[in-house]
Design a protein around this ligand. Structure first.
Ligand code: GLN
Length: 486
C-alpha cells in the first residue's frame, strides 16, 4: 500500500484503527520528499524535525483518544507566504530569503490545533505574482505530469507537491486563480473560498481585498474536510465573516438533481484548446446525466475581468509591498548608505525580481495624482459591475461551470518573455476574486496527455453546493484518481 497517495479520509481510518502511526506515515512522506522532490522541486523548506515532533504528539492524542480530528496526524505542506513561527517564510523572494516569523498565521494555528503535521513550505511565484511558478527567486517547480512543463502558479509548489504525492494535503493562496489554475494543471482539487471565509491573519498580503487561503487535496471530500478546519471568524482579521462554518462533509451527499448549473457563454469562446473544450463539454453532459438542469447564462463584463484584476492588483500590491523597506523584515542592504532612503532603495533593488518591480511601478503609477481617477477609481467601479454579473447569473442558477484555463500546462520558458501572454492564461480565474465568490477547481479530463481542470463557481458563502456537486461528479468519474508517473 502506497501511503502517500491515499486520501485524508483513508489515512484517518488507518490512524484511528492503529494500523499505522503518524510517525511512520510522516517519516515515509519525508523519505519520499527527499527521494523525489529533486525532480519536481516543489518544496522551498522541508521541516523534518517539526514534522516528526508534531507526528509524535498526534500519535499521543490518538492513543489517548483525546481531541482527535480528521486531520490529526496527517502530513501537509503550506505555501511559503503563510507565516509559520520559527520556520522560514520566504514568499519565494530574495527579500525574505532568511525571514523567520515570530508568530503563526491563524490558519497555521488552526491546523496545529487540529493535529495536522507540517512537512514543509512550498515554492511559489514571488509574492504570488505569476501563473507558472517561474517567478520564484529560487528555482522553477516542474509539473509532475511532464517535467518540461510548468505546474501553474502562483501556488505551483503546493499543486505539484499534491500531484506528486509529496503531502496528503496542501494549503495554497488565491488572489486571482493561484489555487485553481495550478490545481487544474496538476490534476488536483482545490478551492478558493468566499473572500472573508478564511482568516488572512499571518498571510503575507498581495492584494488585501482579493487574497483567500484555500486547500488543495486529492478529492472534493478532503477539500471540504480541510476547509471546515481552517475557516471561521477571527478577531485578528476584521474582514472574516461572523457566520458559523457549516459541517460541509456531513451534508456532502445531499442529492444534486434539480440543481441549476449555469454555463457562462463568454467563457466558451474561440481560443480554447480543443481538448480542453471537449473535456468541459463532456463534464457538462455528465452533470446532465446526474439530473442537473443546464442553463446558458451571461457574465457580460467578462472582457474587463483581466484588466480590472491586474490594475487593482498592481495598485494594492505596490502599497502592500512598501513594508519591505530594509528596516523591518528580511533583507537589509546598507553598503555605505547615506540615509534611510538609500537603505530602502538598495534593499529593494536587490531584493525584488523583475516581475515584482514591474508591478510595483505600474501600481504606483495608477495610484499617483492625476491618474488615480482615470485608472484606480475606474477599475473599482468596473469591479462592482463584475460582482453584479455574478450576482445576476447566480440569481437564476445554483452554481456556474467554467474552465480553469484555456490551455493545459505550457512548457517552461514558453511565456517568460511575454508578461501579457502570461497574464492571459488567468482569463477564467481572475474575475471571481474582485467579486469575492467561492470557486473550486477539479480534474475533468486530459488533453495531449496533460490534465484539464474545471471550475465550479458559487454564491457568496455557499461552498456547500460546490462540495455537493463536485463530490457527486467524483463519485461517477475517476479523473481525480489519476496520478503522474514519476
Ligand atoms: N496569476 C495571478 C497573478 O499573477 C495569480 C495571483 C494569485 O492568485 N496569487 O497575479
Amino acid at each position: 500500500m502506497e501511503l502517500s497517495t491515499l486520501t485524508i479520509q483513508e489515512i484517518h481510518q488507518l490512524l484511528i484503527t492503529k494500523k499505522i502511526s503518524s510517525v511512520e506515515l510522516t517519516q515515509s512522506m519525508l523519505n519520499r520528499i527527499h527521494d523525489v522532490d529533486s525532480k519536481v522541486k516543489s518544496y522551498v523548506t522541508v521541516t523534518d524535525e517539526v514534522a516528526l515532533e508534531q507526528a509524535k504528539r498526534a500519535d499521543e492524542r490518538i492513543a489517548k483518544n483525546e481531541s482527535v480530528t480528521p486531520l490529526t496526524g496527517i502530513p501537509f505542506a503550506m505555501k511559503d507566504c503563510i507565516s509559520t513561527r520559527n520556520v522560514k517564510t520566504t514568499c519565494s523572494s530574495k527579500i525574505l530569503e532568511n525571514y523567520v516569523p515570530q508568530y503563526n498565521a491563524t490558519v497555521t494555528n488552526k491546523l496545529a490545533d487540529a493535529g495536522a503535521v507540517l512537512v514543509g513550505k512550498t515554492n511559489m511565484d514571488e509574492f504570488g505574482m505569476g501563473s507558472s511558478c517561474e517567478n520564484s527567486a529560487f528555482f522553477n517547480t516542474r509539473n509532475p505530469w511532464n517535467l518540461n512543463h510548468v505546474p501553474g502558479g502562483s501556488s505551483g509548489g503546493s499543486a505539484a507537491a499534491m500531484s506528486a504525492s509529496l503531502a496528503s494535503f496542501t494549503i495554497g493562496e488565491d488572489t486571482g486563480g493561484s489555487v485553481r489554475m495550478p490545481a487544474g494543471f496538476c490534476n488536483v482539487t482545490g478551492i478558493k473560498p468566499t473572500y472573508g471565509r478564511v482568516s488572512r491573519y499571518g498571510l503575507i498580503s498581495l492584494v488585501s481585498s482579493f487574497d483567500c487561503i484555500g486547500p488543495m487535496t486529492r478529492d472534493v471530500y478532503d477539500c471540504a474536510t480541510v476547509l471546515e478546519h481552517i475557516a471561521g471568524h477571527d478577531e485578528k482579521d476584521s474582514t472574516t465573516y461572523q457566520s458559523p462554518v457549516p459541517n460541509y462533509t456531513q451534508h456532502i451527499n445531499k442529492p444534486i438533481n434539480k440543481l441549476k448549473l449555469g454555463i457562462p457563454k463568454e467563457y466558451f469562446v474561440a481560443g480554447m484548446e480543443a481538448g480542453v473544450e471537449s473535456a468541459l463539454q463532456e463534464s457538462i453532459r455528465q452533470f446532465e446525466k446526474l439530473g442537473m438542469e443546464i442553463h446558458e447564462v451571461s457574465l457580460p463584463h467578462t472582457k474587463y475581468g483581466l484588466p480590472v484584476y491586474y490594475l487593482l492588483l498592481f495598485a494594492e500590491a505596490s502599497s502592500n509591498l512598501a513594508r519591505f523597506d530594509g528596516t523591518r523584515f528580511g533583507l537589509s542592504k546598507s553598503d555605505n548608505a547615506k540615509d534611510v532612503i538609500d537603505i530602502y532603495l538598495q534593499t529593494r533593488r536587490e531584493g525584488f525580481d523583475d516581475e515584482v518591480k514591474r508591478r510595483i511601478m505600474l501600481g504606483a503609477y495608477a495610484l499617483s495624482a492625476g491618474y488615480y481617477d482615470a485608472y484606480y477609481l475606474k477599475a473599482q467601479k468596473v469591479r462592482t459591475l463584475l460582482r453584479r454579473d455574478f450576482e445576476t447569473a447566480l440569481a437564476s442558477c445554483d452554481l456556474l461551470l467554467a474552465p480553469t484555463c484555456p490551455t493545459t500546462a505550457f512548457k517552461l520558458g514558453e511565456k517568460t518573455n511575454d508578461p501579457l501572454a502570461m497574464y492571459l492564461s488567468d482569463i477564467y480565474v481572475v474575475a471571481t476574486n474582485p467579486a469575492g465568490v467561492p470557486a473550486m477547481a477539479l480534474p475533468c479530463g486530459f488533453s495531449n496527455d496533460m490534465p484539464v481542470g474545471m471550475q465550479l463557481i458559487g454564491k457568496h458563502l455557499d461552498e456547500q453546493t460546490l462540495f455537493q456537486v463536485g463530490h457527486a461528479y467524483q463519485q461517477v468519474t475517476d479523473w481525480h484518481k489519476k496520478l503522474p508517473n514519476l
